[in-house]
Unconditional design. Sequence first.
Length: 727
Amino acid sequence: MKELLFLLRFLKRRVLIILGAMLAAMVCAYFLTRQLPDTYRSKGRLATGFVDKTDQMIPNENSEGDAEINRKFDNIIQLIRLKKVVDRVSYRLLMHDLKAPADSLFSENATVIEKLSAAEKDNYYKTVKQKYDQQYELSQWNADDRKLLGLIGALNFDYEHIDDKLQISRLASSDYISIENEANNSVMAAFVINALTEEFLAVYAARLKDSNNRSLEFFANMMKEKLNALNAIMEQLKQYKIKNKVLNLNEQARSLYGHIIDFETRREVAKKDVVALKAAIANIDQRFDPADRKFLENKLTEVNREIAADKEEIRALNRAYINSNFDPALGKRLDSLQSQLTKQIQVSSDQYIYNPLNAKNDLINRKLELEIELELAENSITTIEAEVNRLNRKYEGMVPNEASIQQYETSIDIAGKEYIEALQRYNNAILESYSPITIKQVQKAMPGNLVPSKKNMYILIAGMAAMMLCLIVFLILYLLDNSIRSPYQLAYVTGLPVLGRLNKIDVEGQRLLNLEYKVMNSKISKYNEMVQSIRYEVNHASKGKGKVISITGLKESTSKSDMVYGLAWAFSRTHKKVLIIDGLFEQGVISQESEPEKDLAELMKIRGKIATGNQEITIIGQSDSGLSLFELAPEEAIDETFANLSEQFDIILVDAPSLESENKAKEWFDYSRAVVCVYEFGKTVQDYDLAKIDYLKNRIEHFAGWVLVRTSLDVDPLGKPLAPLDI
């Protein structure tokens, strides 16, 4: 915040410079713009169909995002600004001016056309018309084109001039594009917009037609390729089925698998029947005692021989019945033989084959029937298992065919989908090629209205630009300025106290001793106030003993001597006798300007005993000896001299050497009760000054402070905050 305040105050002091620069720039702008011609503006409008699709014959069902729509609008705007399109407008403008009467010319530089002869106009017109019909784009690389481009440029019909006056933009988020043009002729403003729109629509239609034709050709070729690939794969599948005698592999496999399941089911049933029949026969045998069983077996042997032939015939017929996949006709014959065998068993059982003492004919008959059924079941298991194995071998033989056919069918399915997709794209391309162009001109441009003059705006811009330039320059100067311009800066940077400042006045040197206390001059009046304030601060900041106050500086300058004169005048105003000593040993300013009572060497010889009378201020000069204080006299003489001077004078002011001659200055500092260092306004602390400031800060206990001299009249001189010194 403080930095900003300092900057504002810095700029405030230079406000007259800024205002003067602004005024000069505005005056120059006025004289430069007063001859500007009037400007007319015309407007036209295009509908794109990107947002509003009501005019489309076949609207696109796919919704587009805002980003995609914005991209389309950007592409259309750039196409309108295309050099190829604008060049055709340039052709039309040039052809118009070549044929139009003198009072209807579009160009501002009508003299260019008027200088052409009728033959030259006809020649130019034919050339331009030919290039326009051929849609030729002019090029600087062509020597013939450069001449025509020179004429177009002289008339301000070239691409740069036309494009600079065009304003093309989308109207908010609507479906419309606005085209605005400014020209020095109201008719020309409208002519450029309408011609530009017509040429753009022609170029856009040609590009769209060419794009559709290329799309149709590409998709037609792709569709044919996909169809040929599909037919080739189908032909391969056909030849494979013929070669491997495959009619319908899926149905065959399904039927064969069904037979296998059926036979396996019958086999399981037969196995269950065998177990059940064996258990039933064993149960019947357990009901006979051994003697009955022996008799029964002898008799059954005879019975079995009698029905053996029928049983063999039943077994053969049963195998044929299974192998025929359970043919119903064979099943009927098998049932008939089984009935015949049952009757034969019953007839045989009527004979007395059992012990007459026991009546167990029913069990015997049942056992005979069960044994026949057991033989049939066991025979069926063998036959069924053989048939199952045969069917499995046949099913396994179909697997390679199935894999190959499935591969062919998968390829056909993929090729079919690719063909359908290609066909769909081809049909879409045909529909798009038949769709009308959605972009059209919905508002023709009319002769433009006079645009409010921009002269005032240009003048204002010139003034603002001058102000900004001044501000930038002053800001740079402010940032680069590291000079000390205020007591605050001096105290903050050095870390040492500042007693005050003295403004610059026209009175210098010894004349400062004769200042009037009250004067009408504001600078001198301010100087009086400041030097009195510094006198007070010096008097109360003194830490040493004695009456000697040494005035020094970082480097030699007349400002140090002026400070001595000013303090001498201020102390004399307080009724004190003041002694001024030129301590430079090189005939400083004080010795050269004044007529000293004595020089310092003589003063040392008489041990400071001089007659001053009623003089308020006495000056002791210095010869150009090049010596130092201790080289001039022994210390005892110096001590005695200053003791005597202290009795005669209230204040002794020494114009001590600067810290550039540090050894000479230190000798004076040893006899001083206070040391005051002057710093000149607007100077920058250099690197070689750091050691001097460090000496004042850390080596001199009775250092009273700085005095900033030769400042401006302002109460608080301007200056920016600076970083403290690293010492």
